[in-house]
Design a protein around this ligand. Sequence first.
Ligand SMILES: [Zn+2]
Length: 126
Amino acid sequence: MKIKNKKPWLAYILVLRFPLILKKSTLMVWGDTIYYEGEEKVIGHLLEHEKTHIKQSRGSKWIGLIWWLRYCCSKRFRLKQELEAYRVQYKASGDPRVLMKIAQDLSGQLYGNVCSYEEAVKMIKD
Ligand SMILES: [Zn+2]
């Protein structure tokens, strides 16, 4: 796993679908690399979230391209992938306050409003 502080070219295509992806604080994964342009150090449980996406795309840039394609096209696929990552993140945090924040994120604009906040809380906890 690598961490780079500059978004890859793929982000400039994905931004057409996910406008928030180019925000400095938004992390993204492609292949075995986590891309993050924020100033602060990546928090441990956030890192676990991103590592889950690396596993989902087998740490491969080619599989990662297909993963991103499905992620863009299918709301159901996107929710499934994010839910797995958020469950790992929540467990890793061991902090109930994290649940509120990540449920807001999962149900928010970043992922194209894939579910409601209440659904997100329930699904992440399950
Ligand atoms: Zn994610």
